[in-house]
Design a protein around this ligand. Structure first.
Ligand SMILES: [Fe+2]
Ligand SMILES: [Fe+2]
Length: 328
């Protein structure tokens, strides 16, 4: 068990969970092979390159001209998505804490990190080329976000880490895909970029939800207890960022990502993990199962309330040149 650095996890509960993960070593190896077989390995400078034998300066000039039309809500979404991606060091650390050593887990985490690193890079490079955001402001926000750290309560529980990554990969997929559709109406290149990023998030989602399915099969009671603690709501890592809530509000109003999307994600995972059908549980497991099955109804009520109370509002963000815009 040295491979999982058990010395860092003094309690028996965590040791038991880490042992379940160690038991999944071969599964991780197989799922990684399946993942890489489906993957298209693109690179930021390829996605953002002009057609061969065309003038690169003219290409950037035309890109900037087209990008001028990108709406303020789409710019805000791009800023927040870029920052979320650039938070990668936080996430790498969370996974690497449990999945270290010379294991397939560590190989997966490193591969995943290498893939994710291109997401932040391509969005950052696009913002640089297109000039749709105030880049020095964006970079300062990124600096503050990384400096602030990310210490969620769930980082001590390896099972919750996998429920979180399942939810989060799907959430970023939806957000990138919808931002791409919206911004792509004005400037097609960003549509293509975000389509590629979204597809990769979808493949990560497939990996993590499959891992947690196998955790559920091996240790259903503890797995359900962990899931019940995290599924009711997830805080995006940028929550401590200045203006995060207002940016998230813009994104909801633009129909890019909001509570309704989160409800669908939770529903899909409940179905994929067959949570309602799990049997032979102990008392704590049954309670957790019931709690999970009640989440969507509670989230519906929250979403209804939020939509009823929502009024037209004017926004302005320094990262989007402090230009005022109104939203319903
Ligand atoms: Fe990503
Ligand atoms: Fe991802």
């Amino acid at each position: 068990m040295d491979i999982f650095q058990i010395m860092y996890f003094p309690d028996n509960e965590t040791i038991a969970k880490v042992e379940v993960l160690a038991d999944l070593e071969q599964d991780v190896a197989d799922l990684t092979v399946a993942h890489e077989a489906k993957r298209i390995l693109w690179f930021p400078s390829e996605l953002l390159a002009p057609e061969p034998d065309t003038d690169p300066d003219a290409f950037v000039k035309q890109l900037r001209e087209r990008a001028k039309g990108i709406s303020m809500p789409a710019r805000v979404a791009l800023a927040l998505n870029t920052l979320t991606e650039e938070g990668l060091p936080h996430f790498h650390r969370l996974l690497a804490t449990y999945l270290g050593g010379d294991t397939f887990w560590a190989k997966w985490t490193n591969l995943w990190t290498a893939e994710e690193d291109r997401h932040g890079a391509v969005l950052h490079d696009y913002a640089h080329d297109s000039k749709i955001l105030d880049n020095p402001v964006l970079e300062r926000m990124q600096f503050e976000y990384l400096k602030a750290g990310f210490e969620p309560t769930w980082d001590k529980d390896p099972y919750r880490v996998f429920v979180y990554t399942s939810l989060q990969e799907r959430a970023t997929q939806v957000s990138h895909a919808n931002t791409g559709k919206l911004a792509g109406q004005y400037e097609p290149l960003i549509g293509t970029v975000l389509q590629n990023v979204a597809k990769e998030e979808a493949r990560h989602y497939v990996f993590y939800r499959e891992i947690f399915l196998r955790v559920l099969a091996r240790d259903p009671n503890r797995a359900l207890e962990s899931a019940a603690l995290i599924m009711p709501s997830i805080d995006m890592p940028g929550i401590s960022m200045p203006h995060f809530r207002e940016m998230a509000d813009v994104i909801r109003r633009a129909g890019i990502y909001g509570p309704r999307d989160y409800i669908r994600i939770v529903e899909d995972l409940i179905k994929f993990w067959s949570i309602d059908k799990l049997e032979g549980l102990n008392e704590a497991g049954r309670k957790a199962q019931e709690k999970i099955m009640a989440i969507t109804e509670r989230l519906e009520r929250v979403a209804n309330m939020m939509e009823t109370r929502s009024r037209a509002k004017t926004f302005s963000f320094n990262v989007a040149f402090a230009r005022e815009f109104a939203m319903e």
